[in-house]
Design a protein around this ligand. Sequence first.
Ligand SMILES: Cc1ncc(COP(=O)(O)O)c(C=O)c1O
Length: 436
Amino acid sequence: MKKELEHPLLHSINDFNEAKQVIAGGVNSPVRAFKNVGGVPPFIFKGRGFSLFDVDGNTYVDFVQSWGPLLFGHADSEIEERVISTLQRGLSFGAPTELETTLAKKLVISYEGVEKVRLVSSGTEATMSAIRLARAFSGKDDILKFEGCYHGHSDSLLVSAGSGCATFGHPSSLGVPRDFSKHTLVARYNDLDSVRACFKEGNIGGVIIEPIAGNMGLVPAKLEFLQGLQKICQQNGAVLIFDEVMSGFRASARGSQGLHYLVPDLVTFGKVIGGGLPLACFGGRAEIMAMLAPVGGVYQAGTLSGNPVAVAAGIVALEKIKRDPKLFERLEVLAHQFCEGLKQAANSCGFALQTCVRGSMFGFFFTDKEVQNFEDARQSDTALYATFHQKMLQKGVYLPASAFETSFICTPMDASIIEACVGKAQESFYEIQNQI
Ligand SMILES: Cc1ncc(COP(=O)(O)O)c(C=O)c1O
């Protein structure tokens, strides 16, 4: 690894300017624009294993891994081969294939409580459809989400906490009607009292939560909190949805169930289950899933849903996970190695750091206080994160372009590359401390 970027980002700057002419903001998903951390996003030419290669000729160790999907790193040869052999038979049929059933069976086997699934193309679709099902099954319009959890960008879920003790949310995006957001209540993560307050106020038919939150940085829910939440749902006839789009097949081979073994009514998966291609799903209890069209009255559909190429990639990813029982243990050791190294490096330069690991997921906050919810996360030093991000990027380490994202280990990584990245972190902290 070189000390500084070998090549200035001249082509990337050019590409970004050109993209801005024809793509809104120059990117197809906001975080890619590096607005929260400053600088120009390197434009990517290719990926191999744990490495990203930009158009300027620089190489990075990639801890983003396409925001989670690439458990086996970039261009995994087995996934690549299956994708190629599948696409040679046709790209899309809009008709059932055996592949879809194969993948569905793997999902049903992997997660307790999933009796039926429906495949879709994005996590946003999965959570949006799960919410619709929850409303239909419970016969109630209000839903509950948690501040700091992200479930994609559908109207009902782009809602953040109201001010003060208000429990009804307000739109977190322009264009979301208040008439929609008034049906979404927002509670504090890891806080059962705030859940109870919401249930008093609204007629809640569905609760959606990331059992291991990865969208306010990495903040796992406490076991007692999830148990309490499930009980409240049961007492009030509300459908409990675990959003495991990120944590599924990432925190463990059984998502959050590998850690606490709670069985929700519905669950959503995405990211890893598509092996790097657009694929997600929602699933759960058969009696709830039976409400979906064509059997039931809840409408949900998709031209490219269950696309054979994406499904084939997902099948290989799940086969590879099944074949390697020690996989997550190994990746977790590497995640701990990086986090411990990072913490020591930060502390040695006078910066407080909190770290968290769950399987192949890890996160860190510049704060001396344990982070249990979004309020805590927001109090961390995000400006320091931005500076650290830029320093690491300069040294060829690609971290998420926001303090509120999770980082990922992939299977091609090993202890020596982690050690090298810890070395880069040490250099970065030293430079920040000494304003170099
Ligand atoms: C927990 C969670 N749910 C839902 C989504 C939305 O998924 P997608 O970006 O595929 O629409 C994300 C995306 O990051 C996520 O992390």
